[in-house]
Design a protein around this ligand. Structure first.
Ligand SMILES: [Zn+2]
Length: 273
């Protein structure tokens, strides 16, 4: 089974933030132990006597307000976040990153978390369909941090069977997402870092974290399917997500590619409306 671990960064309500990001990583079930061991080793280097007390939450590490991060310099703390992302970057090739960055002001009256969750469910479903077409008949399960915005995500998870049918994503996905305590799941902690890296990229223009994992986003045929920038503010956005879709669109316009490539025919356009 393929497991998509998701966590959020930024909040729907915070007016000081332009973006909300839902993101994470898809791993094959047998690969989870590799990532757990690698993060355990990193935790051991930080707190040798009690590595299991070290929980990697990128925003907390970045803020340096709570132990053990409060003892670190800014550069040391940022080095820890990068260390977590590098574990993903050098891990299994088949472990793929997924993220949806929602420019909140572009979608007034819409819950950005709901928008991102629907988008990622259909992206993950299409990813599994592509693997299935190549002979990998594994199903997928979505795993969410139980503390992540309980109301919206938990409601959507409860109604997942109905929503999944509406979104057309029930074929390859298990019928209910699972909520797990991120304190006991190292892979969810990696998902937290993916969401944070994408959040810093879009919300603060800080690419140093994102760049470490940019090549891990699910991609096929030159299009970065695993990353989407949902916005209506900038038609010519040069981010990898928008750029790769414009390249695809122009190839289709010039007849180099047939219209409606299967992955992009289901409302995956980055600039909508
Ligand atoms: Zn963009």
């Amino acid at each position: 089974m393929h497991l998509l671990y998701l966590d959020d960064a930024g909040s729907a309500a915070n007016r000081n933030e332009e973006y909300l990001v839902l993101g994470g990583v898809s791993v094959f079930e047998a690969q989870s132990s590799f990532f757990t061991q690698e993060l355990d080793k990193l935790a051991e280097s930080i707190h040798p006597s009690a590595p299991h007390e070290v929980e990697f939450h990128a925003s907390e590490i970045f803020a340096r307000r709570s132990p053990p991060w409060d003892r670190m310099s800014k550069a040391e703390a940022q080095g820890v976040i990068k260390g977590v992302l590098r574990i993903l970057a050098r891990g299994y090739d088949s472990a793929r990153a997924f993220a949806c960055a929602v420019h909140k002001a572009s979608f007034p009256g819409v819950d950005p978390l709901e928008l991102a969750f629907e988008d990622l469910c259909s992206r993950f479903d299409r990813y599994l369909a592509r693997l299935r077409a190549a002979g990998d008949r594994q199903r997928g399960l979505i795993i969410l941090d139980e503390s992540a915005h309980e109301t919206t995500l938990q409601r959507m998870a409860r109604e997942f069977r109905t929503l999944g049918t509406k979104w057309g994503v029930v074929r390859n996905l298990a019928e209910t997402p699972l909520f797990v305590n991120s304190g006991v799941s190292r892979v969810l902690q990696i998902a937290d870092h993916v969401a944070y890296a994408v959040f810093r990229r879009y919300n603060a223009g800080d690419t140093q974290y994102f760049d470490l994992i940019a090549s891990k986003f699910d991609a096929a045929g030159g299009v970065v399917h695993g990353l989407v920038h949902k916005q209506r503010a900038e038609l010519n956005c040069m981010c990898p997500a928008c750029l790769s879709r414009r390249v695809l669109d122009s190839k289709q316009d010039r007849g180099v590619l047939p219209d409606a490539a299967p992955e992009e025919s289901q409302g995956a356009s980055s600039v909508e409306g």
